[in-house]
Design a protein around this ligand. Structure first.
Ligand SMILES: [Zn+2]
Length: 205
């Protein structure tokens, strides 16, 4: 109990920066993520935000080549508990580590899920094109490529032939789908690390 009070005392000044954990536990991460870079990529000549069947979405103005860096995600890093406290707003966050989530600013905030996506997110948090994308198409990525938390799930009606109906953690994907995303470099590194170790450890350990 005393330790918890001690943690809260030192945590307070840092809450706005990152995590609902104590200063001493998280100081390294706080230092690492206080500053956000300016978004890189193609910019508004190529993409715009508009209404989509799922609220708002990101659309292309021009053709985009396979492998192109479309934009980099920027925003604030928050903890799992802060993420849960967002309620329905949790759907806008992207898990980037076992305890960290990005709350993306525009345009990243508006990207929707597809079970047959035309984009993916790299470990550097760049949105890249998985295939050539024509103008006037919505950009999507597979939410499961950034998910390994055993908490949030989403019913899916993306309309693709291979729609999974329910979006869950990455390790629940069919093996060929996992391999496709891994081979294209669009699975978050913390998920790859966990999968490498899972012979020895489990999510509960
Ligand atoms: Zn789907």
């Amino acid at each position: 109990m005393l330790w918890l009070e001690f943690c809260n005392l030192f945590f307070k000044p840092y809450k706005k920066h990152l995590l609902s954990r104590c200063y001493f536990c998280q100081v390294r991460l706080i230092m690492q993520f206080q500053n956000q870079e300016e978004s890189k990529g193609l910019g508004s000549d190529y993409i715009y935000i508009d209404k989509s069947p799922h609220g708002s979405g990101i659309f292309t103005r021009k053709n985009i080549k396979k492998g192109e860096l479309i934009f980099s995600f920027t925003g604030n890093f928050i903890s799992f508990s802060d993420c849960v406290a967002l309620g329905p707003g949790e759907a806008y966050t992207i898990q980037v580590d076992t305890i960290r989530y990005l709350q993306p600013l525009s345009p990243g905030r508006y990207i929707n899920h597809s079970c047959d996506p035309n984009c993916g997110i790299t470990g550097e948090l760049y949105l890249v094109a998985l295939k050539g994308i024509d103008a006037c198409k919505e950009l999507t990525f597979d939410y499961s490529t950034t998910m390994l938390e055993r908490y949030w799930e989403m019913d899916c009606g993306c309309g693709s032939e291979n729609c999974r109906s329910k979006i869950m953690d990455f390790d629940t994907l069919p093996a060929n789908r996992q391999a496709y995303y891994i081979n294209h470099g669009v699975v978050q590194p913390f998920i790859l690390e966990w999968m490498e170790k899972r012979g020895k450890h489990s999510m509960e350990n």
